[in-house]
Design a protein around this ligand. Structure first.
Ligand SMILES: NC(=O)c1ccc[n+]([C@@H]2O[C@H](COP(=O)([O-])OP(=O)(O)OC[C@H]3O[C@@H](n4cnc5c(N)ncnc54)[C@H](O)[C@@H]3O)[C@@H](O)[C@H]2O)c1
Length: 283
């Protein structure tokens, strides 16, 4: 199936990045959020990504305008009637996701693929909120989506082979590397990442080693491009905590968030976005 027009629902951290990826590959994308301020914030984030490219000499100011023209900001579903591929990137909450899927089902053409950028929730459950479970799929980008190459493609119980094939081809057309994974809480990457992160948090509590020291060792000795504590700050400690809770429910104690993480979230130290997490940030 050829994709002529796309939509992203939720213009937050991930939605804006995903809309930038799609527009930079020359496809029109409708970007929807619940109010104008949030849509405007998303548009500013996209423009910032393009401006960085202009300042590095990777594109011209005219190209920036052409790419921005491909993004159609909106607070309604009016422009969804001819969308071929819609991706929801609303908060990681099943009730919110199901409501959005029911709306997408109502406003998108019958043949359109409805995809979720969920980090660990059930695709099958979201699909059940629609009349087209065969055309619902997980399409999971990583943060920051404008840089990270991997996209997990997650078929739900009823997702058709055609939808999986369309999703794999679409991800490739965005110059990403799709990997098809089985539906399970956390899918592949978050299951592995969170297991490691929870263990490192426990190590941090039990040892005298600080987050900075552990990050340093893992960067220098193991060759990680970024320390896991800094990565957690970038992902958002509230997001990390929510994912840990979902995985704890599914797999048990090994994913329980250690006290350090719980306290940081309780004190609204959410990482980069709040100015403090394992590290302090100046904005
Ligand atoms: N943050 C990450 O590192 C990351 C990485 C991969 C996947 N994800 C997943 O992507 C999704 C979005 O995460 P995020 O970090 O971008 O969240 P975010 O809070 O930054 O953005 C969510 C946006 O959705 C909007 N929204 C809420 N309800 C809506 C509705 N009914 N219609 C339209 N817009 C609505 C909010 O106003 C907000 O702008 C989540 O499922 C998350 O698990 C996040």
């Amino acid at each position: 199936m050829y994709i002529f027009k796309t939509a992203v629902v939720g213009a937050g951290a991930m939605g804006a990045e995903i809309a930038q990826v799609i527009s930079s590959n020359g496809l029109p994308v409708v970007l929807k959020d619940i109010d104008q301020q949030l849509v405007d914030r998303g548009m500013r984030s996209i423009e910032r990504l393009y401006r960085e490219r202009v300042s590095r000499g990777k594109m011209t100011a005219q190209e920036l305008r052409d790419k921005m023209d491909l993004v159609m900001p909106t607070t309604s579903y009016n422009d969804f009637a001819d969308v071929d591929f819609a991706i929801e990137a609303v908060p990681e909450n099943m009730a919110v996701k199901k409501a959005v899927f029911a709306e997408l089902d109502n406003f998108c053409p019958r043949q359109a693929v409805l995809a979720s950028n969920t980090s660990c929730l059930s695709i099958s459950e979201m699909a059940a909120a629609t009349m087209r479970p065969g055309r619902v799929v997980g399409f999971h980008f990583f943060n920051p989506a404008s840089v990270m190459k991997l996209v997990e493609i997650i078929p739900g119980r009823e997702t058709s082979e055609e939808t999986v094939a369309t999703s794999l081809e679409f991800a490739q057309s965005l110059r990403k590397i799709p990997v098809q994974v089985k539906e399970c809480p956390g899918f592949l990457v978050n299951r592995v990442l969170m297991a490691g992160l929870m263990e490192l948090l426990r190590f941090n509590e039990e040892s005298r080693a600080s987050a900075e020291e552990i990050d340093g060792v893992l960067r220098e000795a193991v060759g990680l491009p970024m320390g896991p504590f800094l990565l957690a700050d970038m992902l958002g400690l509230d997001v990390v905590h929510d994912v840990a809770r979902t995985l704890e429910t599914a797999y048990g104690d090994r994913f329980r968030a250690p006290a350090t993480l719980r306290k940081l979230v309780e004190n609204h130290h959410l990482g980069v976005k709040s100015g403090e997490g394992f590290y302090k940030y100046t904005r």
